[in-house]
Design a protein around this ligand. Sequence first.
Ligand SMILES: C[S@@+](CC[C@H](N)C(=O)[O-])C[C@H]1O[C@@H](n2cnc3c(N)ncnc32)[C@H](O)[C@@H]1O
Length: 331
Amino acid sequence: MEVGMAFWPARTLLTAIKLGLFTELGSGKKTGKELQNALGLHDRSNPDFFDTLVALKFLERDDEGESSKYSNTPETAIFLDRNSPSFVGGFLEMAHDRLYPFWGDLHEALRTGKPQNETKHGGAGVFEELYSKPERLEQFMDAMAGISAGNFQAFAEKFDFSPYKTLTDVGGATGLLSTLVAKANPHMTCTSTDLPQATEIAIHKIAAAGVADRVKAEPIDFFRDEIKPADVVTMGMILHDWNLEKKMILIRKAYDALPEGGAFVAIENIIDDARRENAFGLMMSLNMLIEFGEAFDFTGADFDRWCREVGFKRTEVIHLAGPASAAVAYK
Ligand SMILES: C[S@@+](CC[C@H](N)C(=O)[O-])C[C@H]1O[C@@H](n2cnc3c(N)ncnc32)[C@H](O)[C@@H]1O
């Protein structure tokens, strides 16, 4: 029942984020009436909507009755207030607008193997479609930064960069991985590469982060161009976007861009080899069915087999945060 009805708490939280409720409370405690008015909601929303969020532990309430005031919890203040530097609500806003309605057609995706998103009725691919409108591109870039920030911070701290000097991040979106690696490893120089529209955004984000002296952003189409040579080549949630044939093209290009002893790193929700434990990684693979049809997530054993076929000597999986890990192949 908890899982079957999980769309209730999910939609309640996603709606609160979309309404900007946690951002509204970022400026201080409010009564139900004040919050209802600030968000432009009907009387029927108060107190049910706000008290549901209290019961789900996403809000606090300081007393009983109409005069009691709601406030963010320490967690929602840090992670769901849009004015917080650690805001991770971008992916959840995209989940509200895109993934929630698309997952409503999971049964059709399972029957047809076809994507159930904007591309469902033919037309442009996911990234072309997403990048056709600046506000969509911004939302997608925020979404990626939101879901990847914790993984990239863990990678920047856990991975041994001492043998290396340079890194190329392929499909780097806002340049966040390169920025966090450079900040945590002062000897490293990084280049974040992505499609031209994403590269424009990365240039601004990198400058704003104050690391433009050691982090560059450059455009690439990774199916047309070669990867910029470096000691470490990273791909965050790139391989899972494609079918096996295209995964192998990207792994070969990474191999060609590395020197002897270099490292290729795929940061993903790596599924456990027995495919029994990492439910989020498995559901992310179903999400790739919803978004792309033939794209899929994978295990460490899959990654090892593909990388050895290309010529890598050995691989390892380094756990990062939650369901995410870094799968690493050494040349
Ligand atoms: C799922 S996002 C991952 C973003 C980031 N690496 C992360 O882990 O948060 C996939 C990225 O691949 C980029 N991308 C898609 N097709 C590409 C192509 N042909 N050449 C270069 N980048 C591409 C997209 O622009 C997007 O930033």
